[in-house]
Design a protein around this ligand. Structure first.
Ligand code: SF4
Length: 370
């Protein structure tokens, strides 16, 4: 069984960098220190970061507030975009799935989901990956078939935002850590990426627009509660009993449902941010009246909302086994389930199936083109 903190913490192979540094790995204070060692004043580091994060200038030579010689040195030292677009697919609903190659050849996917809101506003949510592959083996998830290749660097997480903006020509407004990987098993890099994305007066993405979704790494949830970075936290719940949750999500054999929920309660008490419970509805497995009552009880522990997620087939990666046998709850029963939650006073959303036709929907990311 995988222990927290013992995930294979493989990092980007230094050979892939060829002596250069990833700008997106540097916290402001670290960059200031480096720049001072070069003999420049600290504020030059801030100017560089402002050009990079606020103005989205991934070509350092175009940050003309910097003196020319300093600019050349930075451009020669730093890699600003440590990934390359390999391919992109656009769904009939506007969702775009992007396949990226990292410097060492590892591959990851990100998904951009555009939404028109009321009063002419629009939201463009990027679902980012935090690991290449994933070690957790949830039976309903296509990414699990890849196993863990390695953890991403903070710079590689941030670069997905830059690259998505360059590919689509539009600003990303929201980021969700729901792509490949379990973000809390890559804790340091994910936290660093969040600190950097939210840095400054004109952040790449505001903190209130960032959601981190976890399968339930209890010590990491408790640690996150104390960081003073109150991101929106979502738990992949998917079952209301230990027995079923352990069948669906092997990580649930490590921490019981009660231990996991207590960690979520602590997170709420420390941050005052309502909890989101993600719940994929599987036909006859977790959609019974008893499940409904247990789910209501869970969602009433602290202010919470429930995201109901229609199950998306993953038979393209799981032709056999439990994953291939899972079936979505029929539409009508799903609507009744949602209605009952709402009647019980639980704020409930139904997550759309954006991108399902290109295998870009929730749980479908597996570097597969369909
Ligand atoms: S659902 Fe998330 S944690 Fe589970 S295998 Fe897929 S990517 Fe990993």
């Amino acid at each position: 069984m995988l222990e927290f903190g013992q995930a294979k913490m493989r990092r980007l192979n230094p050979d892939a960098l060829k002596g250069r540094l990833l700008l997106g790995n540097f916290l402001p204070e670290e960059l200031e220190e480096l720049i001072q060692q070069w003999g420049y004043e600290r504020y030059r580091a801030i100017q560089l970061l402002h050009g990079y994060y606020a103005e989205r200038k991934t070509d350092i030579e175009s940050i003309t507030t910097l003196p020319k010689v300093f600019r050349h040195r930075c451009a020669a030292t730093f890699i600003t975009l440590p990934l390359q677009l390999v391919s992109q697919q656009r769904s009939s609903d506007g969702t775009t799935k992007m396949l990226f190659s990292l410097l060492d050849g590892s591959r990851i996917e990100s998904v951009l989901i555009p939404r028109e809101m009321s009063q002419g506003r629009s939201r463009r949510t990027l679902c980012v990956s935090s690991q290449a592959g994933c070690p957790l083996g949830c039976v309903f998830c296509a990414t699990a078939s890849l196993k863990l290749q390695r953890n991403l660097e903070a710079a590689e997480i941030i670069a997905q935002v830059f690259a998505a903006e360059q590919v689509t020509g539009e600003r990303i407004t929201n980021v969700v850590f729901m792509g490949m990987g379990e973000p809390l098993l890559n804790y340091e890099a994910v936290l660093r990426a969040i600190r950097l994305m939210t840095w400054g007066k004109e952040p790449l993405v505001p903190l209130r627009h960032i959601t981190l979704s976890t399968a339930g790494i209890v010590p990491a949830i408790e640690r996150l509660a104390m960081e003073g970075i109150p991101v929106k936290l979502a738990l992949s719940l998917h079952a209301t009993t230990d027995t079923l949750r352990r069948q669906l999500m092997p990580i649930a054999r490590r921490w019981s449902l009660e231990e996991t929920l207590e960690a979520m309660d602590k997170y709420y008490r420390a941050t005052r941010r309502p909890i989101t419970y993600e719940y994929i509805l599987f036909d006859t497995l977790n959609d019974t009246p008893a499940d409904l009552q247990r789910l209501i009880k869970i969602a009433r522990r602290v202010p919470s909302k429930v995201n109901i997620i229609p199950f998306h087939p993953i038979d393209f990666t799981h032709p056999q086994g439990i994953g291939a046998q899972l079936r979505p709850t029929p539409r009508q029963r799903m609507e009744q389930f949602v209605q009952s939650l709402r009647q019980a006073g639980i704020p409930t959303m139904v997550r759309s199936s954006s991108g399902v036709d290109i295998a870009a929907a929730c749980g479908q990311l597996a570097l597969v083109t369909i």
